[in-house]
Design a protein around this ligand. Structure first.
Ligand SMILES: N[C@@H](CCC(=O)N[C@@H](CS)C(=O)NCC(=O)O)C(=O)O
Length: 218
């Protein structure tokens, strides 16, 4: 058994699961994973065996149990500093934390009208004025992070992969599913996230998942 196990919901739909899984992959730690399919008769009891909130994701690492996507990302950043999951610079770190929290608690219109569905394509479906406002705010965040802090070796928000990129990775997937037009700053960023080997690994698993949830809102 590996030192860590991450408990996840359906990979095709669960944006909350993808975020900390990506961060965990970037630590290089060997880990086990267990997908607990949503909307089954045993889902609630199966989740409660691993996550006291009754929600996924959850991470068990040695004697530590952490649940909630952002808490797991923060835990990994603190526990594996060599993975540089938060920027070194204090101002950049403040920004990374703020935009991560903004994703975690905001963008309700985007989340409900453009649910993550990685293997599907629904051009322009669900793009209400409220969704457009969320998209505009998200792309403004990406542009500002790239302009102020994105000068490193890699095309990520803070110049190397951080939890902020993990938090926005499912948005990149949504933008592809719903064919949201991006510009010369935001498109290369979205393409860089999409091209990550870790994300492609998740996508293969999501594509091969047998479970179908038509009205998913994750
Ligand atoms: N704020 C939580 C949200 C977690 C959440 O809503 N998870 C969904 C799956 S994506 C869940 O576990 N739902 C339980 C269910 O539908 O029974 C986080 O960031 O981890």
């Amino acid at each position: 058994m590996a030192e860590a196990t991450i408990y996840l919901a359906n990979k095709n739909y669960s944006s909350w699961s993808l975020r900390p899984w990506l961060a965990l992959k970037r630590t290089g730690l060997a880990f086990d994973e267990e997908v607990i399919p949503l909307r089954q008769t045993t889902t609630r009891s199966d989740i409660l065996r691993h996550s006291p909130s009754g929600k996924l994701p959850a991470l068990r690492h040695g004697d530590a149990l952490v649940w909630d996507s952002l808490a797991i990302c923060e835990y990994l950043a603190e526990t594996f500093p060599e993975a540089r999951l938060l920027p070194q610079d204090r101002l950049a770190r403040a920004m990374a934390r703020s935009v991560s929290a903004e994703m975690h608690s905001g963008f309700a219109a985007l989340r409900s009208h453009l649910p993550m569905n990685m293997r599907s394509s629904f051009p322009n479906r669900g793009v209400t004025p409220e969704v457009t406002a969320d998209i505009n705010r998200i792309t403004a965040i990406w542009r500002e992070c790239r302009a102020r802090f994105g000068g490193g070796d890699e095309p990520f928000l803070f110049g190397h992969f951080t939890i902020a990129d993990a938090m926005y990775a499912p948005v990149v997937s949504r933008f592809r599913t719903y064919k949201i037009e991006l510009d010369e700053i935001t498109l290369p960023y979205a393409d860089a996230i999409w091209a990550m080997p870790e994300l492609q690994e998740w996508l293969v698993a999501a594509t091969n998942e047998p479970m179908i949830i038509d009205d998913a809102e994750f």
